[in-house]
Design a protein around this ligand. Sequence first.
Ligand SMILES: C[S@@+](CC[C@H](N)C(=O)[O-])C[C@H]1O[C@@H](n2cnc3c(N)ncnc32)[C@H](O)[C@@H]1O
Length: 209
Amino acid sequence: MAAPKTLRRLAPDRLRDDPRLRALALGAGLIPPRTMHSQAEAALLAKLAKDARRVVELGVYEGSSALVLCRALGAGAELHLVDPFIDSTGWALPRGARASATATRLAVRRAARRQGPAVRWHFSRSQDVGRSWTGGPVDLVFIDGDHSPEGCREDWEVWHGHVSPGGAVSFHDARAATAARDRRAWSTSCSGRRTPAGRSPRRSILWWS
Ligand SMILES: C[S@@+](CC[C@H](N)C(=O)[O-])C[C@H]1O[C@@H](n2cnc3c(N)ncnc32)[C@H](O)[C@@H]1O
């Protein structure tokens, strides 16, 4: 069980932000994954994942959104988590931040243990995983990995064709400071395309800040 929040808050930032200490504490279950989204965003993610059979998350970090997905998905579902745990373009995380694949894996395993989805890990760039994907149609692709304009565009290019009829692609940080203009620009251009669902792409593509 995680230590109480009031106790964790007493730790100075220097300790709280140390990647190695975080990894030890996260892996041991003493702290939860660092939250990277608002409650409203978590609620939307859970809503999109409800009843999905296969979900792919691109960019996992410490697993906060993966835990939301674990709770939303049933035991019969698959959750694919994609992260090389290297921020090669420098757009994915604040400077100095990094997560440990082992610690995140332990945190997700604990969350999925009871009635959770089958979790499949891919420790590679999401663009490479998408290009060689043979895992079948995906009901939800959640894009939150490489935030560079090129990385986002490539994620869209390689993943949107894997989305099942009626499924969704969603982007996080579409309105966040630096990447905002680019993400907005290309998500608008994406909305001119049709998904395999043959539905209005506007209903199939969601993005939020
Ligand atoms: C903003 S964090 C993800 C946050 C996570 N979705 C959450 O809510 O806790 C971005 C993550 O993307 C990962 N990343 C960077 N480049 C990537 C790529 N090309 N493919 C997949 N993940 C990538 C980083 O290692 C980092 O863990």
